[in-house]
Design a protein around this ligand. Structure first.
Ligand SMILES: Cc1ncc(COP(=O)(O)O)c(C=O)c1O
Length: 405
């Protein structure tokens, strides 16, 4: 017996393997501050939980249509029409068990094996993993650190388009840098996509978590509606990571293909969860705003604390809940070769879990600038304690090096 090559091309996600590593350490009595996972620590709002329980009691526990229950598709179409400033019809909406499944089915439906998919690096790792699995090529477009934060290198994007190119992947606000794509960048990307007849997969899962500037979707730009696949979901804005509820907004032809995909892959998303999704979108929104305001406070706190650690330099991210400090100098003064080693030492010696840039498909290259991702989807007490531990670790390393030198 052998295994299909495509299965071996899928990559595990480091955030989840780190979770296992931490569980083993915690079971052995270690105390770990977790800055590694992108999951709000808030409870799902009560009105959403009540709607799910009522749905179960009303026996909404059977199969539903593969693209989702009509009421949820209507609620999503209304929400998208309002927030993206254009008319979206329910027939353009396909519900899925999490945004990740929508990403998977969209890439499977639109990209041939052998084609090029152009996307950011560092990046949410599911895009390259899925692209590689289907035998296509993920062409990395670097995000460049500027004085005001991270920007996609649009000249590199334009030059990377070959006759093989099939799709551009965007993610704004961005995981792991927290950067927001400005409107002028979206306009240039739209021009490139139109000129070369490319799909645009726009992952907008953090669009409700914007702190500076305003969110813009490439979907709303003239002529982009047919070629844009927006994926979004309930995990981050409503603290619903474990519910597995996401969606895609696409042209009607692709909606039909995705419907068949969903029917084959999982028949449908859990029916009572979908009714909870209707409550999330149409019920009171103050909990979402409350969480967003807490994220702003946490962001400001963590960036201030990180910038006070020797060798750490951190921009104020515009959205999502990640800080992505430059730790090149920290590695140098601590005598560590790269961010991977810093990640491991912070976990083992300081009891703080962060993720190195290589968890986001950046090459392991000690000559390049080094970064780690720090999630601030955690309480202010943990932020203060975690950054104190990192500062103590750095001070001890620097002392040790001076001592040795
Ligand atoms: C950019 C991005 N897209 C998609 C997802 C997956 O979301 P979901 O929980 O809805 O599958 C994540 C989760 O971390 C993410 O960061």
């Amino acid at each position: 017996m052998d295994y299909a090559k495509r299965a071996k091309r899928l990559e595990p996600e480091r955030a989840f393997s780190m979770l296992e590593r931490i569980s083993t350490m915690v079971a052995a009595g270690r105390n770990i501050i977790s800055f590694h996972i992108g999951e709000p620590d808030f409870a799902t709002p009560e009105n959403i939980k009540t709607a799910a329980c009522s749905s179960i009691h009303a026996n909404r526990t059977h199969y539903s249509p593969p693209s989702g229950v009509p009421e949820l598709r209507i609620a999503i179409a209304d929400y998208m029409s309002k927030t993206r400033g254009m008319q979206i019809s329910p027939e353009q909406v396909v519900v899925s068990a999490g945004t990740k499944l929508a990403i998977f089915c969209a890439i499977m439906s639109c990209v041939e094996s052998g084609a090029d998919v152009l996307g950011p690096v560092p990046t949410y790792p599911a895009y390259p993993s899925i692209v590689n699995m289907i035998g296509a090529n993920y062409v990395p477009i670097p995000l460049i650190e500027t004085d005001s934060g991270f920007r996609m290198d649009l000249d590199r994007l334009a030059n990377a388009v070959t006759p093989n190119a099939s799709m551009i992947v965007l993610n704004s606000p961005h995981n792991p840098t927290g950067a927001l794509l400005p409107r002028e960048d979206l306009e240039r990307i739209a021009e490139i996509a139109t000129e070369h007849d490319l799909w645009v997969l726009s992952d907008e899962i953090y669009s409700r978590l914007v702190y500076d500037g305003s969110f813009a979707s490439i979907l709303s730009l003239p002529g982009m509606a047919d070629r844009t696949i927006v994926v979004d979901g309930f995990s981050k804005a409503y603290a619903m990571t474990g519910w597995r509820l996401g969606f895609a907004v696409v042209n009607r032809t692709l909606a039909g293909l995705l419907d068949t995909f969903m029917a084959n892959v999982h028949s449908c998303t859990a029916t009572f969860t979908q009714y909870a999704g209707i409550e999330a979108l149409t019920g009171p929104q103050y909990e979402v705003e409350k969480m967003r305001l807490k994220f702003v406070k946490r962001r400001d706190l963590i960036v201030t604390e990180l910038n006070s650690i020797p060798g750490f330099r951190c921009h104020l991210p515009a959205g999502a809940f990640y800080a992505f400090p430059n730790v090149t100098e920290a590695c140098r003064i601590a005598g560590l070769p790269d961010a991977d080693r810093l990640q491991d030492d912070l976990l083992e010696r300081a009891g703080v879990a962060v993720l190195s840039m290589t968890a986001f498909n950046a090459q392991r290259d000690p000559e390049a600038d080094q970064y780690v991702r720090i999630s601030y989807a955690t309480g202010e007490r943990e932020i203060l304690e975690g950054t104190r531990r990192i500062r103590d670790f750095m001070s001890a390393r620097v002392g040790l090096r001076f001592h040795r030198d």
